[in-house]
Design a protein around this ligand. Structure first.
Ligand code: ZN
Length: 300
């Protein structure tokens, strides 16, 4: 099944639910960045979280960035997700591996570290992104993003994200976000109800691996609460807008002297995009062309 995101409401609009399946895009990130198992789980959880968070924004072009910086060996990660369903991201130390925890789950909290910060930047497309920071709760990503929603955005939320990866690659990835809308936020019993239902689930990926679809999962969680599943399905995918042209523009900013140096020493230049791992090679001719451009610009 293609990666997707669907939305639903329940309790007469008092509950907003979003679910996403990110199996293919997490596998793409794993291959692009040559991620270890635990790094795959960390980045996959964060990419699902980014897509779930951005899904509530309205204006075309809206984006959410999630940056997590803990004291663990993974070193930190960054995710950039758009309302258009595109997401990209990377971790600082992609090859770090840790033994699984006693319960068999990958030790994402150990890899990220539980001391540190989660930064969320929401860009609504007006050029004034707003950001907020919360301390990490566990480094497990899902808990940390849920804590951010509750403490920083004051939206009672239950978030469940997961990644199942083994030697064959990513076999399941995705998550669900349940939020109590402002008009129902004073209803504490609703908050407790959601938390207890989500905590009863043993995780998100076991549901996917058992063949459940997102509508099945919503039905199970909210079926008795006037559930309305919205008809639109959004496709989600790993996408990075980097290109050879952008790399050339960046190289040009280095100036003639630096470019001349690259031609003499390296006979070209190589640049790797942090976000997607794409490697770009500019040869001597490309660099000479940039120098020509710079010269003709300075004459005009
Ligand atoms: Zn890129």
């Amino acid at each position: 099944m293609a990666d997707r995101l669907i939305r639903a409401t329940a309790a007469n609009g008092g509950i907003r639910a979003v679910g996403t399946i990110t199996t293919s895009l997490t596998e793409e990130a794993r291959q692009r960045h040559k991620l270890s198992y635990v790094a795959t789980a960390a980045l996959g959880r964060a990419m699902s979280s980014g897509l779930l968070l951005v899904s509530s924004m309205k204006k075309e072009g809206s984006r959410v960035n999630i940056r997590i910086k803990g004291n663990g060996p993974l070193g930190g990660l960054l995710v950039d997700a758009g309302l258009d369903g595109t997401v990209r991201g990377y971790v600082e130390n992609p090859t770090v591996e840790l033994p699984p925890k006693a319960n068999g789950k990958l030790d994402v909290g150990g890899a990220i570290g539980k001391d540190g910060y989660l930064y969320v930047i929401r860009d609504v497309g007006y050029g004034f992104p707003y950001s907020s920071t919360v301390e990490l709760v566990s480094g497990e990503v899902g808990d940390d993003v849920a804590n951010y929603l509750v403490t920083s955005e004051q939206t009672p939320s239950a978030l469940l994200v997961g990644v199942f990866v083994d030697s064959e690659g990513v076999l399941a990835s995705g998550g669900i976000l349940l939020q109590i809308m402002p008009k129902a936020a004073r209803d504490d019993s609703l908050v407790e109800l959601l938390e207890s239902r989500v905590s009863k689930l043993s995780g998100f990926t076991p549901l996917l691996r058992a063949g459940k679809t997102l509508p099945n999962i919503f039905e199970e969680l909210l079926g008795d609460l006037d559930l309305i599943i919205l008809p639109e399905t959004n496709l989600v995918r790993f996408h990075c807008p980097c290109s050879f042209e952008r790399v050339l523009r960046a190289l040009k900013l280095l100036g003639e002297e630096e470019l001349q140096d690259m031609i003499e020493k390296d006979e070209g230049a190589e640049a790797t995009c942090h976000f997607c791992g794409e490697v770009y090679q500019a040869n001597k001719e490309d660099l000479y062309k940039l120098i020509e451009d710079l010269r003709s610009e300075s004459l005009s």
